[in-house]
Design a binder for this molecule. Structure first.
Ligand SMILES: Nc1ncnc2c1ncn2[C@@H]1O[C@H](COP(=O)(O)OP(=O)(O)OP(=O)(O)O)[C@@H](O)[C@H]1O
Ligand SMILES: [Mg+2]
Length: 322
């Protein structure tokens, strides 16, 4: 296994009572990237995460996190990873600051540094004065206890909690669940900043459209198997055999010569004919090149449409097929 990956698994497998829920997973998460672990409910995302953290043992295969084996070296792994579980738990009758101080102490942050570090992470996650202060009279300004936090505030506090020990890797299980669009965006903006601070991020989600903008690479799990893994561009090419764009040209009686000419345009994949329409798969937007070729061959260009497959189309395709 190589050094350039923050997380690497080989044949990682988990069975519960003979049922395989994570099936020979080969996962690769590069240093300082945001990796999206995607898949529908029950795909095996949380189980995978628990194995990476050393919280449950693989039935087969191995994992490496920052070079350590989570099963054999759980302490090293726990020191380096920050984990935000699906359900975040805090002491509801303490304030954010009190909760964070407690976590900082538990994580061995030096006593003299705790106050500063707590301020730093609160600032990072944008838990501002206005939000955390009780709506009491000015004379008795008090911070709210966490029990009075909204879901979005709790999620951000969860991230603060994870960041307090300056982890090399953070693993966030469904961090956007239950948040409104504004909350999701705030959280994603925060996640997007982490690689710049030297932190690798793995986030799980079953809603690709929500998280795709911050993920450098994604892996889609379906029934415990990795059905596709890679960068978004790569996935587009692999999933939509032939290309990520579908260009439709309406003309009159297209012939073999026209099809051949279109096929020779660089970047054109498959070309199909349906009555007076050419259906062309391409890697990039080749409308200009294609229309030029059609007109130069003296075919009328009646209409042209382009459709770009989004990641969600890819996602749907995989979930339908698997
Ligand atoms: N402790 C357990 N004992 C038995 N089966 C389990 C256990 N934990 C998970 N499973 C099963 O493993 C499968 C994968 O579950 P997992 O929680 O990893 O999925 P997930 O991708 O995180 O789903 P979700 O999006 O709902 O969180 C499910 O069928 C689940 O019922
Ligand atoms: Mg889960």
């Amino acid at each position: 296994m190589s050094e350039e990956f923050a997380i690497e698994t080989e044949g990682l497998t988990k069975r519960y009572d003979g049922v395989t829920v994570v099936d020979h997973l080969n996962l690769h998460v590069k240093d300082n990237e945001v990796f999206g672990l995607l898949g529908p409910n029950g795909a095996g995302k949380t189980t995978t995460i628990l194995m990476l953290l050393g919280l449950t043992e693989p039935s087969e295969g191995t994992a490496r996190v920052c070079g350590y084996n989570p099963t054999r070296e759980p302490i090293q792994v726990k020191r380096l990873i920050g984990y935000l579980p699906e359900k975040v738990g805090f002491y509801e009758n303490l304030t954010a600051r009190e909760n964070l101080k407690f976590i900082a102490e538990l994580n061995g942050v030096a006593y003299g540094e705790i106050g500063r570090r707590v301020d730093e992470v609160l600032e990072m996650v944008g838990l501002t004065e206005a939000e955390v202060m009780e709506n009491a009279s000015a004379a008795r300004q008090r911070e709210k206890t966490v029990g009075k936090y909204s879901r979005g505030m709790k999620q951000r506090l969860g991230i603060a909690d994870v960041l307090i020990k300056k982890p090399k890797v953070v693993v966030l299980d469904e961090p956007t669940s239950g948040l409104d669009p504004k909350g999701i965006n705030q959280l994603l903006d925060l996640i997007a900043e982490l690689p710049g601070m030297g932190t690798t991020v793995v986030l799980s989600s079953h809603q690709l459209y929500q998280v795709q903008r911050v993920c450098h690479n994604i892996g889609i799990l379906s029934k415990g198997k990795m059905v596709i893994e890679g960068s978004i561009d790569q996935l587009g090419r692999e999933a939509m055999a032939g290309g990520r764009f579908s260009i439709e040209v309406e003309t009159v009686e297209p012939n073999e010569a026209l099809i051949k000419t279109v096929q020779t345009i660089k970047g054109v994949g498959d070309v199909q004919v349906e009555e007076n329409r050419l259906l062309i798969s391409t890697d990039t937007d080749l409308r200009a090149e294609i229309s030029k070729a059609v007109v130069q061959m003296d075919f009328p260009l009646i209409q042209m449409k382009i459709q770009e497959f989004s990641l969600d189309d890819i996602y749907m395709k995989y979930f339908k097929e698997n």
